[in-house]
Design a protein around this ligand. Structure first.
Ligand code: ATP
Ligand code: LTN
Length: 334
């Protein structure tokens, strides 16, 4: 507990331009959680280098992601928004936890299998121990809850197993975290292949709407979205493309899928797609304006980076010292 509130931790990688899926499925739902939880949101740049990155691009994207957190409405006075690499405790705890994690456990991780297939020329040890660094992120802040997508549940389970294993050996050191199941955020699918989720690492840029896409691009991508020949705006699994567009429209307007079906009854896909495009523009435009305003205020963003890194370091060090003591590292002389 911090300030009588339960603790929440989550993070995102700055390994691409964020999509509408990241926003509607994650970021948008994080806003307001700070009333109930003491929130830590990290830009997990240390995870990013498990696949090769161009240094200048990574630096730029990390800052853009941090700015986007704030632009999306996370108040940096109430939410600790910081770079993972600015808190050395992540790496230090990660090392210790590596010694409490089995090769067999890591071998089972599906993300590792997927990513090693995708980056066969660079299957590095960091990629293998990625989940341990993620466990360190979470356990370092004694997080009670972790909002993550379904694809990260396996990593969260491993985090719990590591925490329980450590606690069994050394007493109650770590809070065992739970997944945070909030209001179900829509899972947004690719506009080009509606069977696949919209993803920032998709090679086809027409499948994803990026948060910084300009209005013309957004409308064009919606118009080109793959649908079907039913010519009927209906929310059903047999029409995955249309269903996805309804989900997007619903998430942007607050209308239920049934209301959307009614609104477009008897209308063609052309009108519907145009309306979806406009609805997306209406939520992304204010976000983009806010990003531009924030980018112009370098001193403000810098001050947030500094203050929040100090705050994160404070809590991280508390846990780290406890853990170091438990495993038998010599006390520091002050
Ligand atoms: P990558 O392509 O690099 O794997 P990604 O776009 O799939 O990235 P992540 O970085 O894995 O996204 O996820 C960040 C957050 O966004 C997670 O909480 C995840 O659940 C959420 N998210 C990602 N894609 C979608 C989507 N299409 N719909 C809803 N939520 C999503
Ligand atoms: N692996 C996560 C990002 C991530 C994370 C975390 C999420 C790194 N550390 C700690 C929650 C908690 C991803 O790829 N979405």
């Amino acid at each position: 507990m911090i300030n009588d509130k339960k603790i929440l931790f989550s993070g995102m990688q700055a390994t691409g331009n964020l999509t509408l899926g990241n926003y509607l499925g994650a970021l948008k739902n994080w806003v307001n959680l700070s009333d109930e939880y003491e929130c830590f949101y990290s830009v997990v740049d240390m995870h990013s280098i498990t696949v090769r990155q161009d240094p200048a691009t990574l630096r730029k994207r990390a800052r853009a992601l941090l700015t986007l957190y704030i632009a999306a409405g996370l108040d940096p006075k109430k939410n600790c928004i910081y770079y993972q690499s600015h808190v050395s405790g992540h790496a230090e705890l990660s090392w210790i936890l590596n010694c409490f994690t089995y090769m067999g456990e890591l071998n089972r991780m599906t993300q590792f299998k997927d990513k090693s297939a995708k980056h066969a020329d660079n299957i590095n040890a960091g990629l293998f121990t990625y989940p341990v660094l993620m466990a360190a992120d979470i356990l370092l802040y004694q997080a009670d809850v972790v909002p993550v997508g379904i694809d990260q549940m396996q990593h969260l389970e491993l985090t719990r197993d590591i925490a329980i294993r450590f606690n069994n050996l050394y007493g109650d050191v770590f809070t065992v975290p739970e997944a945070y199941i909030g209001k179900v955020g829509a899972k947004i699918m690719s506009l080009q292949e509606p069977g696949k989720k919209m993803s920032k690492s998709d090679e086809n840029p027409n499948g994803s709407i990026y948060l910084m896409d300009d209005p013309d691009t957004i409308i064009r991508k919606c118009k080109r979205a793959v649908t079907d020949s039913e010519a009927c705006v209906a929310y059903r699994d047999e029409q995955p493309g249309v269903k996805n567009l309804i989900d997007i429209y619903s998430a942007c307007t607050g209308k239920t899928p049934a209301e959307v079906e009614c609104e477009f009854e008897g209308k063609g896909y052309g009108d519907f797609k145009m309306a979806v495009g406009e609805a997306v523009v209406s939520i992304l435009k204010p976000l983009q304006d806010r990003v531009k305003e924030l980018e112009a205020d370098k001193a403000y963003i810098d001050s947030i980076i500094k203050e929040n890194a100090d705050k994160a370091n404070y809590y991280a060090t508390k846990t780290l010292r406890k853990v170091q003591r438990k495993v038998g590292f010599p006390d520091r002389i002050r």
